[in-house]
Design a protein around this ligand. Sequence first.
Ligand code: KIV
Ligand code: ZN
Length: 517
Amino acid sequence: MVRDVVIFDTTLRDGEQAPGNTLTPEEKLQLARQLDTLGVDVIEAGFPAASEGDYRGVQGIAAEVRRPVLAALARCVERDVDLAGEALRPAARGRIHVFISTSDIHLTHKLKIGREDCLEMARAAVRRARHFTDDVEFSAEDSSRTDLDFLCRVVEAAVAEGATTVNLPDTVGYATPPEYAAMFRAVRERVPGADRVVLSCHCHDDLGLAVANSLAAIEAGVGQVECTVNGIGERAGNAALEEIVMASRVRPQVVDFRCNVDTREIYRTSRLLSHLTGVFPQPNKAVVGRNAFAHEAGIHQHGVMQNGLTYEIMRPETVGVPRSTLVLGKHSGRHALERRYHELGYELGEGALERVYHKFTALADKKRQILDEDLLALLHDGFPDTPEPFQLTYLQVTCGTVGASAEVRMAGPWAGERGAAGSGDGPIAATYAAVSEIVGQPIEVANLAVQSVTPGRDSLGQVSLQARVNGKSLSGHGASTDIVEACARALVNALNKAHFAERLESESLNSVYLWGV
Ligand code: KIV
Ligand code: ZN
């Protein structure tokens, strides 16, 4: 009989922990709404004790996203468990996810505690979490490198204290599929009560085996798989949700589990994540990479034209890849734009439509054919649903082999317009020097990445960067047919986020009691 497997999405927690993937609470909420539409069963919304932003992110999602179970991570210490419980208070269905390392390597060198202390901390944390909710997950971090007898003792203790899900991660991506499956079989056979809880797998991709290990664990009987969209996560990433789900849809005879994911939402979710983080999957990434459905070789193209089954094991539309046809041009109106976004799955309110239409007409003046990818880039350029006091109103750069200079004018949270000139090694450095002069503070920029959105010389350039403004590290995104302008827009986007974050902080100073004041 086909089994149901719970899809536990940890994009907002383990995924977001990866460098370059930082999201603001508002961006997390946007992504959580899409994960809900995608149909995942559990969303791990964050690690509330890690930062105020994480706490607020979990709280915001808990208040709004009602269908999936919402999980919050906590170390096995009282403060973490309490913060997770507090942040989840508005949730329709909240889960506290407590974890502690169990391998000797971690106990000795990271936690500097013995096995008995570890056992006691695990027991106490599960017990405490049960005061907040009866949905408690326990994870034995680095399970795959843990002595099996000790692992069984820890699992037994967690189950006895009331854990309802027990997760045994391959934290450092060390296991092979047969080993990982054998660990689950042994735990189920040896631990009294293990048959009453949901066993869960959680794999990292250091050896490129995360999905293979997850499928082996499912075959060995686990009832939950933890994964992330685009496989983002610590180091080499986590098991990719889209690969696990599509393996079951394409090969149901051998990967025989059922889940609630609506595969037509996969591509949209992947793109939204990339647009928010500015990190795109490599072109040959399975299922969601730019080339995943491209057939370059003539012999393959010919085959696919005769019959898709020759070289396509899944149809692009099964995962929601839009047919990139010409959609709109300079003469298209608001109505056509709204309809096309609707077809792409986005419902724009009046304000958002007006803002995007403005950008669309400006782009249509520069670019003859506007494709779906352009529309997505325009939609994600800027900061949805929040005021944008900083605006780039003028940019002129001169550059060559002897350096560059820029003249910039901006609107901001001040009356009228301000302008400044800047110079630097190149046009981007000169532009940033001018912006820094205008806002009156130093700005550091790292991880600046430029990517062309569509083929062709008039393509939009999309820029993502990480900026450090007023001690905060924020991502910024901007798009334009001119890449220097796109760089300027990305920085302005980061400034707007910093401004918005500061305003939220001052508004919530009295309402958040937890930050040790
Ligand atoms: O990889 C890991 O072990 C984790 C745990 C916190 C579940 O992410
Ligand atoms: Zn992990």
